[in-house]
Design a protein around this ligand. Structure first.
Ligand code: ZN
Length: 205
């Protein structure tokens, strides 16, 4: 039964489609929103639409950005021959916060998970391969640091990348961040000191 009328019900439904928002929270938010001044609601709605429209993926590293090339890829101060592979832009932000990493990144937007039906073609691996070789077949990169998470998915993605890059036969050093990172832990929730240690203690794979 529709207690509220279709407008409010629709709002509750849209809100509950967001991650971490259950039916109850959606209801609470919906009632909060309809009690807000109209201009404020419009400002929120506009910023949602604007962010979604402007945002796209960096044409080099695939991170979320609002320009063609993200500021990290555009920077001449970064070492473009060192690429750290992360699962998402939040992990990139976590490593950036340590202020210790001078290379560039590659954002996969996910990890391989047969359980969830996510295969190698569903993450940004093709884009990674395109960054490794120039037109003469020479390596454009000296090191790839694999910083996917330590979950089962993160580990199998790491193994897949190692195999994939090794078949190219390029002189690229392949390393994996140290497992100071708790098993199954989300990289973005780990403190900076641990991340820094994970990076400096990385090992050859
Ligand atoms: Zn980029």
């Amino acid at each position: 039964m529709d207690y509220y009328g279709s407008g409010i019900s629709k709002l509750i439904e849209s809100l509950s489609s967001l991650p971490g928002i259950g039916r109850k929270s959606a209801q609470r938010l919906a009632f909060h929103i309809i009690a807000m001044p109209k201009e404020q609601v419009k400002a929120i709605a506009d910023s949602l639409v604007e962010a979604r429209e402007k945002v796209h993926f960096c044409s080099s590293c695939c991170t979320i950005t609002d320009s063609e090339i993200c500021p990290i890829c555009a920077s001449s101060k970064r070492n473009h021959r060192q690429i750290m592979i992360v699962e998402n832009s939040r992990d990139l932000a976590a490593y950036e916060k340590t202020g210790r990493y001078e290379g560039v990144y590659h954002v996969l937007h996910g990890s391989i998970s047969p359980m969830l039906g996510v295969g190698p073609n569903d993450i940004r691996l093709k884009e990674l391969l395109m960054r490794l070789q120039d037109e003469n077949g020479d390596a454009k990169v000296d090191e790839i640091i694999i910083a996917t998470g330590s979950s089962v998915e993160g580990e199998s993605t790491a193994m897949y990348i190692v195999k994939l890059v090794k078949t190219l036969g390029l002189p690229i050093r392949l390393t994996r961040i140290a497992t100071g990172v708790p098993v199954g832990g989300d990289i973005e929730n780990i403190d900076e000191v641990t991340l820094e240690r994970a990076l400096s203690g990385r090992t050859e794979v």
